[in-house]
Design a protein around this ligand. Structure first.
Ligand code: FES
Length: 254
């Protein structure tokens, strides 16, 4: 499977007429290991907030008491929202303690799923879809425009802490490729949002960034004014009339 994915990616790059920048790591995850640092080590105290403790209890109640470890992904997600977009090791340890599981089991989940960030991200974490349909439709140009405009490398945070740019694999929106997602950590776990911006262009993603910087909420979904949701640009070209009802036996004639 991995070989096939690589081959598909190479084909997409060739189709897109450009080579990937060899200086950029083309992986979804910024970090596959943990190194202790002053603000990320097991001795830094970490706790869910009081409202989130209630949410933790509610999440765990969805599972049988002997399977509460199944809540690990939801709790990691909540911890990440609470902690401004990333999960320190002490939060993972707290989750392990809460769910009665070995810390390594939590680390395994957090390192496997690329939506969990284990290093700081911006208040707005911009995720460029890098999978084949988006790549064929220009995701390399989208990423390049964002990195250049913000003056950062992938997974680096802008000096004001506002933005970072990461890569995500297919987010199920290929029909409106290329697309980006904006994870908004400005309002904590209460106001967290994860919005899709589709049919984007290098110019449009910069407009979106500047709207976010001004505290505005750009309209989500397709950014192509000629499309409605995932419909064809310019309107339908087929299925223009009401569909005929399915044939039905004349029951009165029986
Ligand atoms: S390939 Fe980008 S959303 Fe599917």
């Amino acid at each position: 499977m991995f070989g096939l994915a690589q081959a598909a990616r190479r084909a997409a790059v060739a189709l897109n007429g450009r080579r990937l920048n060899p200086g950029i790591r083309h992986f979804s995850a910024a970090l596959n290991y943990h190194l202790d640092s002053p603000d990320n080590n097991p001795n830094v105290a970490w706790e869910f907030t009081e409202p989130n403790k209630e949410r933790v209890r509610e999440i765990i109640s969805h599972y049988p008491s002997n399977y509460k470890q199944s809540a690990v992904i939801s709790l990691l997600d909540l911890a990440q929202q609470q902690h401004g977009g990333w999960i320190p090791v002490s939060a993972m340890n707290k989750i392990a303690e809460t769910l009665g599981m070995a810390p390594i089991r939590v680390y395994e989940v957090a390192t496997f799923y690329s939506m969990f960030n284990r290093a700081k991200v911006g208040k707005y974490h911009l995720l460029v879809c890098g999978t084949t349909p988006c790549m064929i439709r220009g995701s390399c140009d989208i990423e390049e425009a964002l990195l250049k405009h913000l003056g950062v490398k992938r997974n680096e945070v802008t000096k004001d802490g506002m933005f970072s740019v990461g890569e995500m694999e297919c987010m199920g929106c290929c029909v409106n490729a290329p697309m980006i997602t904006v994870a908004d950590y400005t309002k904590g776990s209460e106001g967290f949002s994860y919005n899709y911006y589709e049919d984007v262009t290098p110019k449009r993603v910069i407009e979106i960034v500047e709207m976010l910087r001004r505290g505005e909420t750009p309209p989500v979904g397709t950014q192509n004014p000629d499309r409605i949701k995932s419909g064809p640009a310019g309107g339908n070209t087929t299925l223009l009339s009401e569909p005929k009802p399915p044939p039905c036996r004349d029951l009165d004639a029986c």
